[in-house]
Design a protein around this ligand. Structure first.
Ligand SMILES: CC(C)[C@H](C(=O)O)[C@@H](O)C(=O)O
Ligand code: SF4
Length: 414
């Protein structure tokens, strides 16, 4: 009679865990990146423990500010590299390898049934593989570095079902934005969300990552897609450990059950400055665009670049357009498949695999009053530059807007 989360916490805490119980759980993998490892390592040092609990279970990709752009950050990154050596952390990924939430799945750490905790809010991405992935603050991460354990309140679960087949020109991102629009930014606060229905199982692994990545944008602790053949296929020759797929019991108790139909979903866009400020793209059509951005842990995968390339092939963008593949592997695949060439010929500027301008730290900051259409997951005020406006949409909508110089229904370009 348990949900996926209750089962994962029961195993990880070695107890019969039910929603709302407080448990001390053993973490399977812990992740921190160049941004959050700084504080995590500082707190860890202050704890005076000496050695980390397990140097094989800590994964540190550098992704947020790569290649590093300030002398202060360069010094901090140098210090973290030294700590990684001293602690013999085996899974360190240097800048350029990719965004943490892409690197962990690619390297086989995002596994069904595991408890994966990251010092980054979008660690819920790992739910795409049937894991309980969740984000914590850097000081909580220091606790995990030291003990391998953390206290959790086992979340209640919302069962969200989307039946039917997505319409042409409607992608995983549109589905995700639609669900966030319906749920609201706080509609799933501290809940886990289990996703069901044909529209979910039809999604590729990449599309499921887009969906679970944004579970936090409805307030959720975790978003989970039950693993299936597509999951196992992706994990083949990749997984770093044995795993046991976990499924909810048929009579599991949910705090809420909601269902939607894929037929009702058209291309969606989240307008400034809240992620649930979602309307059909057609309603925002005509809005002037200054910059277009393809990338991030939400939509920086090959499938996403391919969708954009289909629209941009043989044409020219009319606004500055930046692409940041989510990983080096994806960059290479884009090169080998010709997608890279198509996009470059269309006028797209490629930057190093990583977070790029997503959080406004470097490489594509927008000016006051400028509008950016982006495939990212957050459009908070000032995120990509003070006084800027961010519109979140699918790679198709971003590519179409890059051509027209204004927001447009991407179905006009299919
Ligand atoms: C820098 C990091 C703490 C942050 C997060 O946790 O989400 C970042 O990745 C983001 O997307 O805003
Ligand atoms: S790509 Fe953006 S949302 Fe994802 S981890 Fe990096 S900064 Fe955060």
């Amino acid at each position: 009679m348990k949900t996926i989360s209750e089962k994962i916490f029961s195993r990880a805490a070695g107890t019969d865990a039910k929603a709302n119980d407080f448990v001390s759980a053993n973490v399977d993998y812990a992740m921190a990146h160049d941004g959050t490892s700084v504080l995590a390592v500082k707190s860890f040092r202050e704890m005076g423990v000496g050695r980390v609990w397990d140097s094989e279970r800590i994964v540190i990709p550098f992704d947020h500010l790569v290649p590093v752009s300030t002398d202060v950050a360069a010094g901090l990154q140098k210090d973290i590299r030294e700590w990684i050596k001293e602690q013999k952390i085996s899974h360190f990924y240097e800048g350029g390898e990719g965004i943490c939430h892409q690197v962990l799945p690619e390297q086989g750490f995002a596994l069904p049934g595991k408890l994966i905790v990251g010092a980054d809010s979008h660690s819920c991405t790992y739910g795409a593989f049937g894991a309980f992935g969740t984000g914590v603050g850097a000081t909580d991460m220091a606790e995990i570095f030291a003990t391998g354990k953390l206290w959790f309140k086992v979340p209640e679960t919302i069962k969200m079902t989307v039946d039917g087949t997505l319409n042409d020109g409607v992608y995983a991102k549109d589905l995700t934005l639609y669900l966030i629009g319906k749920t609201g930014i706080a509609g799933a606060t501290y809940k886990a969300v289990e996703f069901y229905g044909d529209a979910i199982t039809d999604l590729s692994v990449s599309g499921r990552m887009t969906l679970c990545n944004m579970a936090i944008e409805m307030g959720a602790k975790a978003g989970i897609v039950p693993p299936d053949e597509k999951t196992f296929e992706f994990l083949k020759n990749r997984s770093q450990a044995d795993f046991e797929p976990i499924y909810a019991d048929e009579n599991a108790v949910y705090c809420k059950e909601v269902s939607y139909h894929a037929d009702d979903i058209e291309p969606q866009i989240a307008c400034p400055h809240e992620v649930d400020n979602v309307v059909p793209v057609s309603k925002a059509a005509g809005t002037h665009i200054d910059q277009a951005f393809l990338g991030t842990c939400t939509n920086g995968r090959l499938e996403d670049l391919a969708i954009a390339a289909d629209i941009l092939k043989g044409k020219q963008v009319t606004v500055r357009t930046i692409a940041a593949p989510a990983s080096r592997t994806i960059l290479l695949e884009a090169v080998q498949s010709g997608i890279y060439e198509t996009l470059v010929k269309a006028g797209v500027s490629f930057i190093t695999p990583g977070c790029g301008p997503c959080l406004g730290a470097h490489q594509g900051i927008i000016a006051e009053g400028e509008n950016c259409i982006s495939t990212a997951n957050r459009n908070f005020k000032g995120r990509m530059g003070k006084g800027g406006f961010i519109y979140l949409a699918s790679p198709a909508s971003v590519a179409a807007a890059a051509l027209k110089g204004e927001i447009v229904d991407p179905r006009e370009y299919l």
